[in-house]
Structure formats: structure tokens, C-alpha cells
Design a protein around this ligand. Structure first.
Ligand SMILES: Cc1ncc(COP(=O)(O)O)c(C=O)c1O
Length: 402
């Protein structure tokens, strides 16, 4: 019999394990503080509200019949209506026809890549960028380039520009209005589709909201003639375990994506969609403001701890939302090599190279404050500073390079 490996498709074998999931397997000290994973805080999940809505739905025979049945492939009609109302309120006029409900933003990015990217087609990304998107682009055989490269050579044929304008993963930073407009203009000049990943849209802790790239484009176009496709999720505002995200796009695009979705898994689960539709008012009006207060405090605590424990040769981003801070340590400190030592010293992070299509950012790392208590954020940063300090002075050798 041929080996199993020789039977696997080129597509399947291009998928690499997630560096972030791999962190969990790394040997570490007891009581390690995980500043790596960008998970929402599990103690804040709206379990009681969810339980109330699931019971109400299942106790009513008509509602239960609807919630437990197949629904239309594009998503539960009531949820699509709620999402399109929400998009309109955020300055993105569209209708339920422009919405596809997906199994999280991750599936949204995968479906869009399947739709738009053939092997060897170019995809331009921010550098650094979200590794979950890089993995999808690589699996589809895309030729990944940076947006800077594309700006220098806009004559290049590019299928997709992938960008997050708000509370970017991993840097936590946001694009200014001009930078957002420049990306729309770049997509227009290069005739590319602009995919806007807005997963952290509900997580603004300070400053005035800035229009999304889709909202900017819709000032001059209707949704049917827009080239920006918008992706978001309920993973941060409700919880990731429900696996509900969405795409906003022209109806023609939604129709084709719906066929892809149909061939993959028919539809997102009906019960969760029905529950999310019933909860959306509560989530946006009551739950998200509470989450923002908690996460704002965590961000402030992390920024204060960084100022206390790091010197002038380490720089970090100052996010006004999202879950992440991006740290740049001295150039000779290799954060991938340093990680096992950090884990033994009781703190983890995600090395910068995980966020690059070409292994760059060897002296950077991502910290997340979302799922760690205030005391542990401070202690985790203190432990990290001690480990970086050792590496900086080369006292333990292994984590530095010439
Ligand atoms: C930038 C970005 N896009 C997409 C996703 C995937 O989100 P979801 O849980 O909705 O699949 C994440 C997850 O953290 C993310 O950070």
C-alpha cells in the first residue's frame, strides 16, 4: 500500500500546524503566565444569557422546530437581517442579501481565498499579519507579498489585498483615515479585491471611531459596486466557541460564496444562529460595553508594566483597542530561540516570526492581555523583562544571534 502521506493532496500538505496552538505543548514552569494566546476572557462569556435563550428557544415547539432544522445556506434570515442592520448603523449600507453567515471569520477568509485566489496568484498583506490568514493563503498556493512591495510596484497583478484597519493582530495598532483611503486607492489602481478583516471592531477602548474601509468606499459606491469585502465575527463580542462570523459583499459575490459554503458544510449551525440573532441587542448594548471596561483596564495594566520593567532599547505599540501589544526587543535577541527559556521562567508569548510570510520579525513578539488577570499581567511582564535582560546581555547565549 502507498503511504498515507503520498496520498494527501498538495492542498492538504501545504497546511502547516499553527505556531500559536503549538505553544500549548511547550514544556513550561508550573504556574506559567500565558501572554501568548489571544483568547477572550472565558470568565466573561455570557453563559447565563445564552442558557436563557437556548431554553426559551427549545421550550417553544415552533421556535425549536426552526432552530433545530436546516436553514438557508447563506444563514438564518433573521440573523442576516440583524447583521445588515448592524452594518448599516456602522456606516455600511447593505441588505441581508449582502450577508453570508460563516463558521467564524476563519472560514470567511478561507471561503474568500477559495473564491478569489488560484495557485500562484498574488496576495498582498500587511507585515506583520494574522498567521491564520497566512496559513490559508499558503494552503491555496498564493504568492504572498507585502503591501509595501505592492505600493512600490502597483503594476503587479494581484488578486487580493488582505488588511485589518482596526486593532490589528498582532500589533494592536489601527490605520488612520488616510491610510485606509490609501489602501482602497491601491486596490483600485491594481484592480485587486480588498478584504477587510474587522474581527476586533467591538473592542475600542478609547478614541473616536474611524470609518471602516468598506464604509469609506460606500461613501462613493453602493455595496453592489464596492471592491472591499468585509469580514467580522462574534468570537470576541460573544465567544469563539459558537463559531459565528460573517461576510459583507455584493450579492453576486455572496451567491457564489454561498455555493462554496454549501459544498463545505451547508450552513452555520441553525441553533447558534437563532440564539445569536436573539442576543445581538443585549450583546451590543450591554455586554460589549462591560467587556470594553475590563479589557481597557488590562491593556492599561500591561502598558504600565512594560514601562516599569523595560528600558529604552525595547519598544512597544500603544493600542486603543483589541487584545495585543507588539514588542520589539534589541536586534540580536531572537524571540523564537528565547521562547523555551521564557516558558521555563514561567511566561509565554508568540514570537514575531509567526506573523511573517518570510520569517521576519525575529526580534519582535506579541503579548496578549485579554485572558490574564491584572496581577498576572504585571507579573508576566516582569518575568519576560528578566528573560529578555538575560538574552540582551548574552548571559545564556542560546537566544541571541550575531
Ligand atoms: C485577525 C483575525 N482574523 C480572524 C480570526 C478568526 O476568528 P474566528 O474565531 O471568528 O474564526 C482571528 C482570531 O483570533 C483574528 O485574530
Amino acid at each position: 500500500m502507498k503511504t498515507w502521506q503520498s496520498r494527501f493532496s498538495p492542498y492538504a500538505t501545504r497546511i502547516a500546524p499553527s505556531a500559536i496552538f503549538g505553544l500549548a505543548a511547550m514544556p513550561r514552569a508550573a504556574d506559567t503566565i500565558n501572554l501568548g494566546p489571544g483568547e477572550p476572557n472565558a470568565t466573561l462569556f455570557p453563559a447565563a444569557k445564552l442558557s436563557e435563550i437556548v431554553s426559551q428557544t427549545l421550550d417553544d415547539p415552533d421556535a425549536a422546530a426552526r432552530a433545530l432544522q436546516y436553514t438557508v445556506n447563506a444563514g438564518d434570515p433573521q440573523l442576516r437581517e440583524r447583521i445588515s442592520d448592524y452594518m448599516c448603523a456602522k456606516g455600511m449600507p447593505c441588505s441581508p442579501r449582502n450577508i453570508l453567515v460563516t463558521s467564524g471569520a476563519q472560514q470567511a477568509l478561507d471561503l474568500l481565498t477559495e473564491l478569489l485566489v488560484v495557485p500562484s496568484a498574488r496576495v498582498a498583506v500587511q507585515t506583520p499579519t494574522y498567521p491564520g490568514a497566512l496559513g490559508i493563503f499558503k494552503a491555496h498556493g498564493a504568492d504572498i507579498m507585502s503591501i509595501e512591495q505592492l505600493q512600490e510596484d502597483p503594476a503587479v497583478d494581484v488578486a487580493m489585498i488582505y488588511a485589518a484597519a482596526e486593532f490589528h493582530n498582532p500589533t494592536g495598532t489601527s490605520l488612520s483615515l488616510d491610510e485606509r483611503q490609501a489602501l482602497i486607492d491601491l486596490a483600485r489602481t491594481t484592480d485587486a479585491v480588498l478584504v477587510e478583516d474587522d474581527c476586533y471592531e467591538t473592542m475600542r477602548y478609547d478614541g473616536a471611531p474611524v470609518p471602516t474601509m468598506l464604509a469609506l468606499e460606500l461613501r462613493e459606491h453602493t455595496i453592489e459596486s464596492a471592491r472591499t469585502i468585509y469580514v467580522s465575527t462574534f468570537s470576541k463580542s460573544i465567544c469563539p466557541g459558537l463559531r459565528v462570523g460573517w461576510i459583507v459583499a455584493p450579492a453576486t459575490v455572496i451567491d457564489q460564496l454561498t455555493l462554496l459554503k454549501q459544498s463545505e458544510d451547508f450552513q452555520a449551525g441553525t441553533l447558534v444562529q437563532v440564539c445569536v440573532a436573539s442576543m445581538m441587542g443585549f450583546i451590543m448594548q450591554q455586554h460589549v460595553p462591560m467587556l470594553r471596561d475590563v479589557y481597557r483596564q488590562r491593556r492599561d495594566t500591561m502598558l504600565a508594566a512594560l514601562s516599569t520593567h523595560f528600558g529604552a532599547d525595547v519598544q512597544w505599540s500603544k493600542p486603543s483597542g483589541g487584545f495585543f501589544v507588539w514588542l520589539t526587543v534589541p536586534p540580536h535577541v531572537d524571540t523564537t530561540a528565547l521562547l523555551p527559556r521564557a516558558a521555563q521562567a514561567g511566561v509565554t508569548y508568540v514570537p514575531g516570526a509567526a506573523f511573517s510570510h518570510e520569517g521576519a520579525y525575529s526580534n519582535a513578539l506579541r503579548l496578549s492581555y485579554s485572558s490574564v488577570s491584572l496581577e498576572r499581567i504585571t507579573e508576566g511582564v516582569r518575568r519576560l523583562a528578566a528573560v529578555v535582560d538575560d538574552a540582551r546581555s548574552g548571559t545564556k547565549g542560546a537566544a541571541t544571534h550575531a
